[in-house]
Design a binder for this molecule. Structure first.
Ligand code: SF4
Length: 88
């Protein structure tokens, strides 16, 4: 799971920092930024997903996973998870 934070949409509600403070530090005015790698470790995905779903202005979105190279059999055991995308 890779995420993106659009700081131009952030309204400083701080919900993301409550759910996943290590990923969404707040500045002095309460606006969030994305700390570290946008690739989220599997153990952090539940908290980051909660932050994504609870952000009132949908400033946090997932980035598409890279596609397998063309021509390769891209079957993955268990299938691929659908992208979580919130359209305002
Ligand atoms: S929950 Fe959304 S609006 Fe609130 S601080 Fe985080 S990114 Fe910004």
């Amino acid at each position: 799971m890779k995420i993106k934070l659009d700081r131009t949409r952030c309204d400083g509600f701080g919900v993301c920092a409550k759910h996943a403070p290590e990923h969404f530090p707040l500045d002095d005015w309460g606006y969030a930024s994305l700390a570290g790698d946008p690739a989220i470790a599997p153990q952090d995905e539940p908290a980051v997903t909660r932050a994504l779903l609870d952000c009132p202005v949908h400033a946090i979105t997932t980035l598409p996973e890279p596609s397998p190279p063309a021509g390769e059999n891209a079957t993955v055991a268990g299938g691929t998870a659908p992208q979580r995308r919130i359209v305002p």
